[in-house]
Write a protein that binds this ligand. Structure first.
Ligand code: SIN
Length: 316
């Protein structure tokens, strides 16, 4: 446990694994959301988020408006291309499994949405400008199960041989919303086509991104492909692309690059979509798990040979 001294209080940071994830104690998110003047508190939270890639804060009491206000401290909020928020709150992405939820595939196909994010993905990576990060606040959690797995794209990239790193750095991949969104939302057309990437009149967003992206704030390189949205590597044949993507997915799922977040009621997790992917585990059939996610807009992924954390002023 690391202690960070702030002017009036002490904040405790407990890393949760070797490469990704930390639990933070000693920050009250409601006051941080409301008080734009607490720049020291927010700067500390932001730098822990950048360092650990996913952070969890427990026993937080947040109204929906405070949750939204906290998200806005990270940047403008994203509106999901398919999911509908509660009346008057388009920026809220509901996460809801009630006691009738089923993980039977035919129920999901029938439109009974059992669980969001039950596959490895980086949120909405099919957008031309995928989200920077997400803030998920869970009020109700099942008495067992319902954890979320996260994987570090930095650790996965850094563990590859230099020869494979340099091959991947020249590649781009198509990310499409179709497979995931057709399952959850059927043929309902995406909301505002002008905001998202569409090709040839398709009903689902689609974008091409580098396979390795440079994080715009830390300068670190991260793998940026995921099972949920990545469809094909543009520069390779279909067979080569499928084989390489499958290798990269499995590589990123290596337990040493991951952390498993265990939720308690009224916890808020904040993750960086630019260098992580995650998977919600649906192992609590018949129990409720409810909350809301606020998602922060990001920018267009790029790869830079030269950018480094030193250049971005974060280290050195
Ligand atoms: C998501 O993909 O945003 C959902 C994660 C979760 O429910 O744990």
């Amino acid at each position: 446990m690391t202690q960070v001294q702030r002017s009036q209080s002490t904040l405790r940071v407990r890393p949760l694994s070797g490469h990704i994830g930390a639990e933070i104690e000693g920050l009250d998110l409601a006051s941080l959301a409301l008080d734009n003047r607490d720049n020291e508190g927010f700067a500390t939270l932001k730098s822990l988020f950048l360092q650990y890639q996913v952070v969890i804060l427990r026993n937080q009491t947040l109204t929906r408006d405070q949750h939204i206000a906290l998200g806005k401290r990270f940047g403008d909020l994203h509106v999901h291309p398919m999911a509908k928020g509660p009346e008057g709150y388009p920026e809220i992405f509901p996460i809801e499994a009630d006691a009738n939820s089923s993980n039977d595939p035919k129920d999901i196909r029938g439109g009974k949405r059992a669980v969001n994010g039950g596959h490895w993905h980086s949120d909405v990576s099919c957008d031309v400008e995928p989200p920077l990060g997400s803030l998920l606040y869970l009020r109700d959690v099942p008495e067992y199960g319902g954890d979320t797995l996260f994987s570090s794209g930095y650790a996965a990239y850094e563990a590859l041989s230099p020869a494979l790193q340099s091959l991947l750095e020249g590649l781009t991949a198509v990310h499409s919303g179709e497979a995931t969104y057709r399952l959850h939302y059927g043929h309902q057309a995406a909301k505002d086509r002008s905001q998202f990437g569409f090709k040839n009149g398709a009903d689902y967003p689609e974008a091409v991104h580098p396979v390795v992206r440079t994080h715009p704030e830390t300068g670190r390189k991260s793998l940026f492909v995921n099972r949920g949205f990545t469809r094909e590597i543009v520069e390779l044949s279909h067979t080569e692309s499928q084989a390489l993507l499958e290798f990269l997915y499995r590589h990123q799922e290596t337990p040493e690059f991951t952390v498993r977040l265990n939720w308690t009621p009224n916890s808020l997790a904040i993750w960086d979509n630019r260098c992580t992917q995650h998977r919600a585990i649906f192992d609590y059939s018949g129990l409720a798990r409810r909350g809301e996610r606020v998602t922060v807009k990001g920018d267009r992924p790029y790869f830079s040979e030269t950018a480094s954390a030193v250049e971005w002023g974060l280290v050195g």
